[in-house]
Design a protein around this ligand. Structure first.
Ligand SMILES: NC(=O)c1ccc[n+]([C@@H]2O[C@H](COP(=O)([O-])OP(=O)(O)OC[C@H]3O[C@@H](n4cnc5c(N)ncnc54)[C@H](O)[C@@H]3O)[C@@H](O)[C@H]2O)c1
Length: 352
């Protein structure tokens, strides 16, 4: 969106809340310098409800329901050059997140709000950064400090918030989803990446407390996140959930009874929720990564990594970005007809 001088802007169909929301989000993102660091400055936003002025983005977003009564008058000092040209004859529909208005590049998660559990490290971190790069407002929920992810996003002029949350604690997860909706007005995307590897050991030798801990975080943690996120998504008209399962949930990996049981459970939870909520526009999918180069895998003995990679057709570790790309696909509109899927991203390991 590039404005020269003074213009009055209206959503294409002001009666539709999704049009109003996408429209206002785009205005705010384009003209709020602290948010995306653009040179254009919003001098006047005369008719926005509640007399809100950027950079008070929260107040603007909360004002969305009344925007139909209030066309926005925008006056910029210096229009920004946008990198990508769009077709001149394209009529811009602000509710269509795949298409950009003339002259504007748009992310495939533009105007979405995403929660990423386990986003402080490894796969979750890559997913959080990728979602932010695609235009989503991202909240990372992790037991670890996620300041480094927040800083990495800020360096790219993107925004990630973080919350300290234990996914195995129901009250903490419920409060997270409630707070995200109170702050951002909606919840569109949930990516469940929090997890631990747990110890290894044959089934008969596996310590019971370790089994409970792995199931509590890796399986119940996903259940709790979905349980508390789905009502918020339904309230906003739908959403997309992406659970990070594992190929350990598909095959019999020796010495991983708790981890494999949890990941198999995540695949089934995914399918059940996909069936339950398809009619109400919530899609639920999971990814089954093979061995990915993250701190979890870096803690394994080198021999374990080498043995795994040696029998894999694509003979290297996967990267967190390769899982993030799959997650963004499953979270975004390109996968609109995909639900209940377990997408295997494993360098061919399970194809043998
Ligand atoms: N790395 C792999 O090869 C691989 C393969 C298949 C599946 N996975 C799965 O991908 C997910 C991410 O793993 P990773 O490799 O990035 O590991 P990682 O250790 O780098 O990241 C896991 C993150 O989850 C967080 N976490 C752990 N327990 C938590 C809790 N109770 N509440 C909130 N956050 C918690 C950790 O603090 C960490 O930030 C996990 O679910 C893992 O099982 C990983």
């Amino acid at each position: 969106m590039t404005i020269e001088g003074r213009q009055t802007l209206l959503p294409r169909d002001p009666r539709r809340p999704d049009h109003r929301y996408a429209f206002l989000h785009r205005v705010v993102r384009t003209f709020t310098p602290v948010y995306i660091g653009k040179p254009a400055r919003l001098v006047n936003c005369a008719a926005v409800p509640f007399h809100a002025r950027p950079p008070d983005r929260r107040r603007l977003i909360f004002g969305v329901p009344r925007i139909d009564k209030c066309p926005i008058e925008v006056l910029t000092e210096r229009p920004a050059a946008r990198p990508r040209a769009a077709k001149a004859d394209d009529a811009y529909d602000p509710s269509d997140r795949l298409r950009a208005p003339p002259g504007e590049a748009v992310g495939i998660l533009d105007a979405k709000v995403a929660v990423v559990t386990g986003g402080a490290s490894g796969i979750g971190r890559a997913v959080a950064l990728r979602c932010a790069a695609e235009g989503a407002s991202v909240v990372v929920a992790d037991v670890q400090d996620a300041a480094a992810v927040v800083d990495a996003a800020r360096a790219q002029r993107q925004q990630i918030d973080c919350r300290r949350v234990d996914v195995a604690a129901s009250a903490e997860v419920a409060a997270l989803m409630r707070d995200v909706c109170a702050r951002h007005g909606r919840l569109d995307v949930l990516v469940c990446a929090a997890g631990i590897s747990g110890g290894t050991g044959l089934t008969a030798d596996y310590p019971e407390p370790d089994f409970d801990q792995v199931i509590g975080i890796n399986l119940k943690g996903v259940f709790l996140a979905m349980k508390h996120a789905i009502p918020q998504m339904l309230h906003g008209g739908g959403g997309a959930i992406v659970n990070i399962a594992s190929i350990a949930g598909l095959i019999g990996l020796r010495g991983t009874p708790a981890y494999a049981a949890a990941k198999g459970g995540v695949i089934q939870l995914t399918k059940v929720a996909a069936v339950e909520y398809a009619e109400r526009n919530v899609r639920v999918n999971c990814i089954c990564p093979g061995m990915i180069d993250t701190p979890m895998v870096q803690r394994l003995p080198a021999s374990a990594q080498e043995g795994f990679v040696a029998r894999q057709p694509l003979s290297r570790l996967g990267t967190p970005d390769e899982i993030a790309a799959a997650a963004v696909f499953l979270a975004g509109p390109a996968s609109a007809f995909t639900t209940g899927a377990a997408l295997v991203v494993d360098g061919g390991y399970t194809a043998l």
